[in-house]
Design a protein around this ligand. Sequence first.
Ligand code: ACO
Length: 330
Amino acid sequence: MTRSKARITAIGSYVPERVLSNADLENMVDTNNEWIVQRTGMKERRITDEGEFTSDLCINAVENLIQKYNKTVEDVDLILVSTSTADFAFPSVACQVQEKFKLKSIGALDLNATCAGFTYGLHVANGLITSGLHKKILVIGGEALSKVTDYTDRSTCVLFGDGAGAVLVEYDEQDPSFISSVLGTNGEGGIHLYRSGLSKEMNGLKLLGNGNMVQNGREVYKWAVRMVPIGLQTLLEEANLRTEDIDWFVPHSANLRMIESICEKSHISMDNTLYSVESMGNTSSASIPLALDLGIKEKKLHYGDTVVLYGFGGGLTYTGLVVKWGVPDR
Ligand code: ACO
């Protein structure tokens, strides 16, 4: 990878106030706390109220970043929002963020790579800054998955939650964050995890869900547990690092059992792993920044740490990054 000239300089996050616990779900579908905890590790998740949408979560996450790190976003020259649950088909969530902060005429776009979206956004931001096209980019992962969850389907409704995380990526030639990256797509597996849109068919197969999420959890599980350790190996080889050099592994928080399995295969200790799944459920593209911000709150993650971020999900798609954590300790 070309030597990076971009540093992650600040982070913020936000989750809605409303808690959806396993006990609440027991009253909604035929499930129980024991099944959910045993199969997923999830205890509760946060969900939006009726009038609260992804743009609100993203805006709150940016406000949290500004407040905590005393940053301005006035000179941001691009907004990238990763989401698969935008308030509208268009305009994008990024445009709503631009309008909220009254940023002068700058680029703003959403990108959709589901649970790999936040790491994709970081990869793109690093590329644009390192190439000299941009200087300061806001990368946000935000989702209101509860809006597209079928709360009569026990196989999906126990899994998902809402939230947002935002980081600033700034030009910094002296102290760059980005060390190596790996990306991949398995489009043939798209049918295992989707939300239907204009077309009602994929690869000749009829789609279900009427706009809600549909997943073949078992297939996605097997794919991720097989693919992530392979990608991780490539990532470390490219960075010339060994597993023991990693301070923190931050995989997409899809399911705690899945994370444990990936860690076991990759010889990474769970003690060196950050996740948001227990208290927030699967928040798709928000899960990695939420886990990073939790890591800071718990005084685990510090400036200068070597961190592996690994997003994977619908597409099927994955993006892994080795970064030197560039956010100063507060
Ligand atoms: N409560 C109780 N029982 C349930 C529930 C529930 N909530 N859901 C399913 N079951 C039952 C099933 O009906 C089945 O019963 P049966 O054996 O009598 O038929 C049994 O539990 C086992 O079902 P499986 O679906 O095989 O359960 P599995 O162990 O695979 O766990 C899970 C399901 C948790 C969804 C898991 O497969 C998973 O986490 N997969 C990966 C999900 C993921 O990573 N998604 C990608 C990211 S999401 C994104 O990109 C938006």
